[in-house]
Ligand binder design. Sequence first.
Ligand code: HEC
Length: 446
Amino acid sequence: MEFLDSLVLPQSKEHIQLLHFMSMIVMFLFIPFLGLLIGGTTLSVFFRKKGTNTKEQIYFRFAREIIELIAVNKKAGLFLGIVPILTLLLIYSQLLHNLKMASTAYLLIALFFIVPGVILVYTYRYSFQFSSLFSKLTLKNSEDEIKEEFESVSENSEAVSKKSGLWSLILLITGSYFFTGAITLAAFPNEWAASKSILHIFISSSIFIKWLYFIGSSFALTGGYILFAYFYWEGGKENLGEDYAALIKESALKVTIWGSLSIPVFVMLHVIALPVSSLSTTGFIFTFIGLLFVFAVYHFVYDMIKRVHLKFAGWTFMTLLFAVVVLIISDQMAINSGTKEHSLLLATNYDALIQAEATADGAEVLSGADIFNLRCAACHKFDQKMVGPPYNETLPKYEGDIKGLIKYINNPVKVNPEYPSMPAQGLKPKEARAVSEYILEEYKKY
Ligand code: HEC
């Protein structure tokens, strides 16, 4: 990803927090939209096929209307489908800069699948409209030549439409797999080393589980959205006809119930798989709230099936949307925790850069205490465990061996398996000596 590295700017601690926050907002927009595109296109392709097999107009109509509902207009496709993934790519290349793991590579691959996938959904939608228009027209009394041309155009548009539907699905589903891989990997530091091989994505069960969750919730959302659009929005659509309304209701409820039943299963499996370093109390709380929303959806759907009404058509969709958003927040918490050490490192590098600029400007050379505060304090205290071990535990062995300490700081080797490795600090010889003298003097006070 060298070309992405050139876009990376050193980030302060506040900027890093802001980037995490922005990536969450972008996911709020992108994940439900991608889910609706996949769910809606699948249903549309399915009912179209059913229409072809049974020759029943009602299925064609449903297939066409679903895709018109999901692919509302091209601007939405651009702003909800394409811009967000570009933005995420930029954010991740900043946040995960210098980490040897595959998230940004996965995002880039996802981009290559999702962009043409979104374009093809719109191709599918418009060519579907054309081909159904053609099928209604019959030419009478016109010359044979025109008739022939008309038929060939009509057949072509039918073929384009069928193909684009299927291909958009293949591209979007593959893209969604790499996308989920990128996000999931960020919360699983224990898999980073393995992800150096790009094939890791196909054998990682944590990524697969998360993707199943994504697909399940996408179908739940799509079903909910169809209920919402037909039976709630602006008081519900009129003149549907009894048969048609029954078809919509039955299929949408079925998709919602199966999709939402799968959510808690995959969410629980995901939480169980998370490494300890990525767990947090707030993360748990958000997961719990998300699941409560899903349980509320069961109640709505059950009531609508049992008592044959559609009172909750609007609530079902909105509650599902809340559930998805809250579960995205809990994912983001896991990513924050998983990348905490790396974020600290980026922030210390930033402070170091500012410091180097200050000294280059002719300011005085920094004291050992200053270097400690700028470069080490983010990970070390004298008497408490932080990212790194407390100094009063590790320094006694360097008593009388300041050279050994300096050497370690500039070129750390793995010492204690209970901690991650310490990154090399890249201090100048004078600075390394100053900070070593300072901490060797200071730690005795604790
Ligand atoms: C990004 C976090 C981070 C920063 C910044 C950091 N350290 Fe560390 N440090 C660690 C970790 C993690 C360990 C434990 C490594 C191990 O046991 O393998 C460690 C271990 C140590 C040890 C113990 C080595 C041993 O032999 O047990 C010393 C001494 C130390 N660091 C000094 C420093 C000094 C001095 C600085 C600042 C110039 C610094 N560290 C900056 C994370 C950090």
